[in-house]
Design a protein around this ligand. Structure first.
Ligand SMILES: NC(=O)c1ccc[n+]([C@@H]2O[C@H](COP(=O)([O-])OP(=O)(O)OC[C@H]3O[C@@H](n4cnc5c(N)ncnc54)[C@H](O)[C@@H]3O)[C@@H](O)[C@H]2O)c1
Length: 393
């Protein structure tokens, strides 16, 4: 796509993600058709976006003219007829395979023959959705993060039938929207939702064993690790229901690999309705914050927690590279821009030394005798040879 303006973009699904993608495309001066199967949702999307943008005027981050420009370029439609002009269509409807397949086969019959079709799915395979299309070479995954207008990362996921030109055109369009695009193989969780699992999983394991409570783990990851949020605060913010479902889906998709095993502690919270911030209580009590215990600031304990979680994250990042899910560079960019990690995990490994990271994992493996703590072969080789990840870029 040679020009970044004047493209006609279609968005299907006017919920959180669809509205965000429409806002981005319109900000970059494209004409946008935003469709939803539920007219009430279109109204909600419109008023929601107006109020977000009006706040930008109040804060003097945008001018009135800019805001009215963005709003005027988005056309809220309850039919797909206008999609016959679209050059690229982004789908962001509910996470349901059949619903997505139905919607794509309907829209494919309307759009021009060269129109690119992209899904924002987080957990379904690109291959499975593509089976609904007559021309799957024009189809791929474009996985935005929430909130889409603010989060820099977009994972681009070609499916088994995606044409090279489809990837290139989509990537260049989204790069022009000031996003950071990374290429990911069509595997469960793509990059971020796979590599980030130990941030939650290992924290939950430490919690379940009674090694440390939630505030202590969060304290260690923030104060020693420099993460913006601790794992438990983050699970409460994401919603324990949402976070548990992602873990469970990745676990199942990986044929029950013990590395991704969900936690009973989190499952019980979900069952009890303790979903996190949105329900007033999760790992933390948000209604009565005085009930939350204070963290144990013991330095040695904090360092042990941090080393353990970081080593497991690095092991997963190495696995993604080893299994050709993504390049060293893209794995690091994904974690920095999709979940705001303070450093790329592989870059972090180079600083600490693969040997040190391997020692932590091997100690865990010896102690637990569990497959969950198996070191990645690439990491092991690097520890032995002294080669570092940045040499592989
Ligand atoms: N929310 C996130 O954090 C996030 C992040 C990345 C990706 N995603 C993915 O993006 C997609 C949308 O998620 P969301 O959080 O915006 O959901 P949402 O519930 O906010 O919005 C979904 C929208 O789709 C509409 N819809 C449902 N069925 C439809 C159909 N058959 N045809 C047209 N519209 C239909 C609904 O009315 C609703 O407006 C999902 O695939 C999700 O996995 C979500």
């Amino acid at each position: 796509m040679d020009s970044n303006k004047d493209r006609v973009i279609g968005v299907i699904g006017a919920g959180t993600m669809g509205t965000g993608i429409a806002q981005i495309a319109s900000t970059f001066e494209h004409t946008v058709f935003l469709y939803d199967a539920y007219p009430g949702q279109l109204e909600k999307s419109k008023t929601g976006l107006e109020s977000i943008l009006n706040r930008q005027i109040e804060k003097e981050r945008m001018t009135k003219a800019e805001v009215s420009g963005i709003l005027s370029r988005i056309h809220y439609v309850d039919h797909l007829t206008d999609f016959k002009q679209c050059e690229v269509v982004f789908e962001a409807i509910i996470e349901d395979l059949q619903a997505k397949k139905d919607q794509f086969s309907r829209v494919e019959a309307i759009v021009p023959k060269n129109c690119i079709l992209a899904t924002n799915t987080s957990s379904l395979s690109i291959a499975s959705i593509s089976s609904a299309l007559k021309k799957p070479s024009r189809f791929l995954g474009a996985h935005f993060f929430n909130p889409a207008p603010l989060m820099k990362l977009v994972e681009i996921i070609p499916g088994i039938s995606t044409a090279e030109a489809t990837v290139e055109t989509t990537k260049s369009l989204i790069d022009n929207w000031n996003k950071v695009t990374v290429l990911a193989k069509d595997t469960p969780g793509f990059i971020v939702n796979r590599v980030a699992r130990p941030f939650y999983g290992e924290a939950l394991r430490i919690f379940e064993e009674g090694i440390a409570d939630a505030p202590t783990v969060d304290y260690a990851m923030k104060e020693i690790g420099g993460f913006r949020m601790g794992p438990f605060e983050l699970m409460d913010l994401i919603g324990n229901d949402v976070n548990y479902n992602v873990t469970e889906s990745v676990f199942k998709e990986f044929y029950y690999d013990p590395r991704f095993k969900p936690s009973f502690a989190q499952k019980r919270l979900v069952e009890a309705g303790r979903l996190g911030k949105k329900s007033g209580i999760g790992f933390y009590d948000y209604k009565n914050p005085e009930n939350n215990p204070k963290p144990n600031m013991d330095e040695k304990l904090g360092q042990t927690i941090f080393n353990r979680i970081l080593a497991m994250l690095i092991n997963e990042a190495a696995d993604a590279v080893y299994m050709n899910v993504a390049s060293v560079q893209d794995v690091d960019m994904a974690m920095k821009n999709g979940v705001n990690y303070p450093k790329g995990l592989l870059e972090w490994c180079d600083t600490i030394g693969a040997k040190e990271v391997m020692n932590t994992i091997q100690d865990l493996r010896e102690f637990y005798s569990e497959e969950r703590y198996r070191p990645n072969p690439m990491l092991r080789k690097m520890a032995e040879s002294g080669i570092i990840f940045s040499e592989l870029i």
